[in-house]
Ligand binder design. Structure first.
Ligand code: PHE
Length: 355
């Protein structure tokens, strides 16, 4: 009996000290482990004379409960203390200035592509895409461009193999071929994307952007082409009136072919579109050549239509007052944060989401 009392007193005083979790766990093992002081007392119950046994067992249970209780209280205390210390240390100082973070901007070319796509989609064009790496057939042959045409010259085209079968597309026109081979007429699509030519100065970059347009149906004529481009240019530049001029030109894949200029003037050092007597070339177009339609098995006795190819970078430069094309592709972060667009701002004539 006095042995039990000793154990109790010894551990009560031990548990009064400041203890770590490890120390408490050690006490736990010392008392209640397999051969612990309390556990072995339970094991010895059988050897205690019967008259004392009941009392001994009652005392033993009381002491066991008391010590177990104390131990779990002690563990709770330590855990609470730890949490409080942590809270104290990790307190947030709300008066500290926030950490700045860089928010991305939309590149003017991406912005312009979005604007162009939304304008054309309003008048029934859907958007198609084609790969930057094209085969010679789609880029030239199917587009009625003969073998000896200067556009095929090494000077302009980046070829990717010795046999000149693969190349970086020199225009978006191969998407006309891909679209017409894939589906049946009518077709009414635009195809924006990257294009490549071996050329570089203030107004030419070896990689640039075009948007192709193709409208093939019954009874489509040049009047439709003019109306469509006129509508597009007015919407794009957000003006009511536009001066537009169709100049006869030549492309192997259109007949007749034209280049389109728009009228502008410089007012207070800024370009004003739609007025003045200066002309700026912005696109090539024409009625799709019957040879092209035959190459993609479109029945020319039923279907005809127009195509156009617009230089996107040019349009972006004009609309947003950027005067060196090369800046578009230099990836200068300062330039981008000045000319780029906030991703959360909906552009003025972007109606894709708001309607
Ligand atoms: N592909 C021509 C170019 O890159 C533009 C064009 C497209 C002309 C469609 C006529 C029809 O210059």
């Amino acid at each position: 009996m006095s042995d039990l009392k000793n154990i109790r007193e010894q551990f009560l005083s031990k548990l009064k000290n400041d203890l770590s979790i490890e120390e408490i766990n050690n006490f736990k093992t010392e008392l209640f482990g397999k051969n612990g002081l309390i556990s072995s007392k339970f094991k010895s119950l059988g050897s205690i004379p019967e008259i004392d046994r009941k009392q001994f067992a009652t005392n033993l249970n009381q002491i066991k409960d008391e010590l177990q209780n104390l131990i779990s209280i002690k563990i709770d205390e330590i855990n609470t203390k730890k949490i409080n210390e942590k809270l104290e240390k990790e307190k947030v100082d709300v008066s500290l200035p926030g950490r700045p973070f860089a928010r991305g901007k939309i590149h003017p070319v991406s912005q312009t592509i979005d604007e162009i796509s939304s304008i054309f989609s309003e008048i029934g064009f859907s958007v198609e895409e084609g790969p930057d790496v094209e085969n010679e057939y789609n880029n030239f042959t199917a587009l009625n461009t003969p073998d000896n045409h200067p556009a095929r010259d090494m000077h302009d085209t980046f070829y990717l193999d010795e046999r000149k079968e693969l190349l970086l597309r020199t225009h978006t026109s191969p998407v006309q071929i891909r679209t017409m081979l894939k589906d049946k007429p009518p077709f009414k699509i635009i195809a924006p994307g990257r294009t490549y030519r071996s050329d570089s100065d203030q107004t030419h970059a070896p990689m640039f952007h075009q948007v192709e347009g193709l409208h093939i149906d019954k009874n489509i004529n040049m009047g439709h082409l003019k109306g469509c481009l006129n509508y597009f240019i007015k919407e794009f530049f957000e003006v009511d009136k536009i001066k537009m001029r169709f100049r006869p030109s030549h492309f192997p894949f259109t007949e007749p072919s034209a280049e389109v200029d728009i009228g502008y003037e410089i007012k207070d050092g800024k370009i004003v579109i739609g007025e003045g007597d200066k002309w700026l070339e912005i696109l090539g177009c024409g009625m799709v050549h019957p040879n092209v339609l035959r190459n993609v098995r479109v029945d020319t006795s039923i279907y005809q239509g127009y195509a156009f190819g617009i230089g996107i970078d040019r349009l972006a430069m004009l609309k947003y007052g950027i005067n060196d094309l090369r800046a578009f592709f230099e990836c200068d972060y300062r330039w981008l944060s000045h000319f780029g667009f906030d991703p959360l701002d909906v552009p003025t004539n972007y109606r894709g989401l708001s309607r």
